[in-house]
Structures are given as structure tokens and as C-alpha cells.
Ligand binder design. Structure first.
Ligand SMILES: C[S@@+](CC[C@H](N)C(=O)[O-])C[C@H]1O[C@@H](n2cnc3c(N)ncnc32)[C@H](O)[C@@H]1O
Length: 199
């Protein structure tokens, strides 16, 4: 069976890594939500050897993720945990960073709400949450290609759509997180970084 492949992952892994490297200099453990193909996991684990990288996703993606992990094994890379944020069952391990790319606009809003509620409970003091993807700002989506992408998402599934930074940041505040950075990324994406400031 062919390994799943995402060209976007190949394109964005370098710019994301360049930001994660200094951010995670003192981190030891990352939980990745929605690992997708597994491409980001093998790349980041290789380039962040001091970090234990835990993959996770819906069960349907585990075969593909395991194919990538088997093709590029690393001691700091763990096979996927089943994690569906519509029915939160947070993994038992301790993670000082949670990372997720291109998931907030795919999962239902209720799952995004659950995600921040889980962060409030499980992310340790000073822990990080990094969220990559396209964002709206006060209801405005830019540029036109992102507007079209949002329309495609909503036509495909009513629960999908580009999320608004301010809605996400409000959930983050409720979860005891403060925004550290909002980075512009290639292809009209953002990398949002929050830090837990409450126990
Ligand atoms: C567009 S893919 C992004 C995959 C990968 N992170 C990337 O950047 O290529 C969206 C991911 O979100 C995951 N996902 C969708 N609904 C989810 C949910 N309820 N809980 C957790 N993950 C979910 C999908 O299984 C998929 O892996």
C-alpha cells in the first residue's frame, strides 16, 4: 500500500521547524494532534532529537502514520494514540507542548472548544500550544484564495471552516493561556503560539 503523502507538509515543514526549534529548546515532550500523514512527525522528531514526539489522530489515519514512522524510525517518535477531540479522552502522558497543524478548520467547533478545555486541565504551567493553519481576523478572511478555501470547506462539511483568531484566543484566555506570538507563514497560514500562565 502506498504511503499517504501531503505536498503541503513538505512545503511548510521547514518554516514551521525554524520557529519550533527555538521555542522547544527546553521542551522534552510534544503531543501532536491530528498527525495526518505522519510526515510532520518524522521530520520534527529528526530535527528535535531532545523532544519525545507523540503522534495522535483519528483511528482511520493510524495505518498511514505508522507507515511513515516505520519508514523513518526514531527513538523519540511514538506510534499514534487514538485521539478524537469530539469525545475527549486525553492521553495519560505528560506533554510540555501540544502542536497541531491544519486541524482547527477541519474538526467541528465543539472539538476545538474541547481541545482548549483539555489544555486548561492538562498542559503544565509554562507549557506551550502551537496551532498552525489559515485564520480569519474579526470575520475577515484574506486573501481571496483563503476565502475560496473556506467556501470549499463549508460546502464539503457544514462543521468545517476557517476559524477566527479572536474566537480561538478567547478560548485560550479561558484556558489560562496567553498569546506569545502570531507568526505569518508561507501560503497565507499562521502559526499561533500560546503559553500556559496558570497552574
Ligand atoms: C488537513 S488534516 C492535517 C494533517 C496534518 N496535521 C497536516 O498538517 O498535514 C486534518 C487532521 O485533523 C484530524 N482530525 C479531524 N477531526 C478530528 C477530531 N475530531 N479530533 C482529532 N483530530 C481530528 C484529521 O484526522 C486529520 O489528520
Amino acid at each position: 500500500m502506498n504511503m499517504p503523502f501531503s505536498q503541503a507538509c513538505e512545503n511548510n515543514r521547514g518554516p514551521i521547524l525554524a520557529l519550533l526549534q527555538p521555542l522547544l529548546a527546553k521542551s522534552t515532550s510534544v503531543l501532536e494532534i491530528g498527525s495526518g500523514t505522519g510526515q510532520h512527525a518524522v521530520w520534527f522528531a529528526k530535527h528535535l532529537p531532545h523532544v519525545s514526539w507523540q503522534t495522535s489522530d483519528l483511528k482511520e489515519n493510524h495505518i498511514g502514520i505508522n507507515q511513515w514512522l516505520n519508514a523513518y524510525p526514531a527513538q523519540n517518535l511514538s506510534p499514534p494514540i487514538e485521539l478524537d477531540l469530539t469525545r475527549p479522552d486525553w492521553p495519560k502522558g505528560q506533554y510540555d507542548c501540544v502542536y497541531s497543524a491544519n486541524t482547527a478548520h477541519i474538526m467541528p467547533w465543539e472539538a476545538v472548544v474541547n481541545l482548549f478545555a483539555e489544555l486548561r486541565q492538562h498542559l503544565p504551567f509554562s507549557g506551550l500550544f502551537c496551532l498552525y493553519g489559515p485564520m480569519a481576523y474579526q470575520g475577515v478572511i484574506e486573501p481571496e484564495s483563503n476565502v475560496q478555501f473556506d467556501q470549499q470547506l463549508r460546502q464539503r462539511a457544514a462543521h468545517q471552516g476557517i476559524r477566527d483568531f479572536y474566537d480561538l484566543n478567547r478560548l485560550a484566555g479561558d484556558a489560562g493561556l496567553i498569546l506569545l506570538d502570531d507568526h505569518a507563514m508561507p501560503a497565507n497560514n499562521r502559526l499561533l503560539v500560546w503559553q500556559k500562565t496558570e497552574q
